[in-house]
Design a protein around this ligand. Structure first.
Ligand code: ZN
Length: 198
C-alpha cells in the first residue's frame, strides 16, 4: 500500500501538481478505529519512498511513530470519515486554485463529457464546493462538512489546492485528472460564457 502511495506521488510530481514538498496522499488501512497511511511532511514527492508514510488516527495524529504526518493529515481523516473515502489525494495544481478565485461560492460544471470521469453524468449540474484556506484542520473540516454533497468527490481550498477522493488511489487519480481538465476548461472559457466575446 505504501509503495502505491510513493508511485502515485511520483506521477503527480511529474505533472507539476506537487511542487516543492507540497501535497499529500492517504489510504484507509482500517475503519474501526479509523487508521490511514499518509505521506510524511517535508519530503519531495518526486523522490518519496515506500518508507515515507505514517499511520494516523481519525484526528490526523500519528499512531505508533515519531515521524511527522503532513499538517493536512487531519483533513484527510475527516474526509475519509465523512465521505467514506478509502483514498484521499491532495495536490497544489493551479487550475483548481484559479477556479476557486473566480467562483468562491462553488464552481458550477455542466454539459461536459469529462464529468463522467469525475463520477457524475455529463448533463448534471455539478457544483464543486470551495472553502476558505486555513491552517486549522478542524476549521477546514467543519467547512468541508457543511458543504458536503456525497455525489461530489472533491473540495477546493481557495488560494491553496484541491482534495479529491475515491474507493482507491487509482479512482481518486482518475477523478482528479478529469476535474483538473474540467476546471481548466471552465477558467479558460469564462469570457465566452459571461458574454464578453459574444
Ligand atoms: Zn496543501
Amino acid at each position: 500500500m505504501t509503495a502505491e502511495l510513493a508511485r502515485e506521488c511520483a506521477r503527480y510530481a511529474a505533472m507539476g501538481w506537487m511542487r516543492g514538498t507540497s501535497g499529500n496522499l492517504s489510504v484507509v488501512l482500517q475503519r474501526d478505529p479509523l487508521r490511514l497511511a499518509v505521506t510524511v511532511s517535508g519530503v519531495d514527492k518526486g523522490e518519496i519512498t515506500e518508507n515515507d508514510s505514517v499511520v494516523i488516527d481519525e484526528n490526523g495524529e500519528a499512531v505508533g511513530s515519531d515521524k511527522a504526518p503532513s499538517a493536512e493529515a487531519g483533513l484527510h481523516a475527516r474526509i475519509a470519515r465523512v465521505a467514506g473515502a478509502c483514498a484521499v489525494v491532495h495536490v497544489h495544481a493551479l487550475a483548481p486554485v484559479v477556479a476557486a478565485e473566480h467562483w468562491p461560492d462553488g464552481v458550477v460544471l455542466k454539459d461536459l463529457e469529462m464529468l463522467k470521469g469525475f463520477g457524475r453524468h455529463d448533463h448534471e449540474e455539478v457544483v464543486v464546493p470551495v472553502v476558505r484556506n486555513s491552517q486549522d484542520m478542524v476549521e477546514l473540516g467543519d467547512a468541508f462538512e457543511k458543504g458536503f454533497d456525497p455525489r461530489t468527490p472533491a473540495l477546493l481550498v481557495a488560494r491553496h489546492g484541491v482534495y479529491v477522493w475515491g474507493d482507491d488511489l487509482i479512482q481518486a487519480r482518475h477523478r482528479l485528472e478529469c476535474l483538473e481538465w474540467l476546471l481548466r476548461f471552465k477558467v479558460e472559457t469564462r469570457d465566452i460564457f459571461t458574454g464578453r466575446h459574444a
